[in-house]
Design a protein. Structure first.
Length: 203
């Protein structure tokens, strides 16, 4: 087949695909409320993807908020970046670090409950287009919060507000309530080959 024929066939295929896609879009409806998105899985990139979505929302002039459940005083690039633009994001770092560092279940539960109280206030306020609850899945995994209470709180949020929940091992009840679920699969990680976490890549 000659190059002009190949190009013409490609054009015809793309026209057909375009028409099919437009028909699919016509059959959809605009969201009537904010969405619940869950980024989970054992691979790296769950929070990274969530912060990408947060930046996208900021690009449209949306009001956004962040509650970090685990990272505590650990210095991370995303927080360092948004410190420069603290008028753009409501930011609460509520955790006390990794659970294996605190080694105090009661303290971890108290930190998780304080973070959830802050989250609930933000969720119900109607002041936000998007709220990121970073690593909420981790505190749910350890049962520091009751998943039924969390799901109920998420569902009672302002209709305006979309939420992203990150962290591995998302609970089935949370997944059942989600509008979008993205699972990040671990295929290869430098840590497995003896390489420490890298600033600007991992944190």
């Amino acid at each position: 087949m000659s190059t002009p024929d190949i190009n013409e066939n490609h054009k015809a295929d793309m026209r057909k695909m375009q028409a099919e896609h437009r028909e699919k879009i016509k059959a959809k409806k605009a969201a009537e409320r904010g969405l619940l998105l869950v980024n989970t899985g054992d691979g790296k990139g769950k929070s990274t993807a969530a912060f990408g979505t947060l930046i996208r929302a900021l690009g449209w002039g949306h009001s956004v908020g962040v509650v970090q459940y685990i990272k505590g005083n650990w210095k991370v690039g995303e927080r360092e970046f948004f410190k420069r633009f603290d008028d753009l994001v409501t930011w609460h770092t509520m955790g006390e670090g990794f659970t294996w560092d605190t080694q105090d279940r009661d303290r971890d539960i108290a930190a998780a409950r304080a973070a959830w109280d802050t989250s609930l206030t933000m969720l119900k306020s109607g002041a936000y287009d998007l709220i990121l609850l970073d690593e909420l899945n981790i505190v749910l995994r350890y049962d520091y919060l009751d998943v039924a209470d969390v799901v109920a709180g998420l569902q009672a949020r302002s209709p305006r507000t979309s939420v992203i929940v990150t962290g591995r091992d998302a609970k089935p009840d949370l997944l059942a309530a989600a509008d979008l679920i993205s699972e990040v699969k671990a295929v290869r990680h430098p840590f497995d080959n003896g390489i420490k976490a890298m600033r600007g890549i991992d944190f």
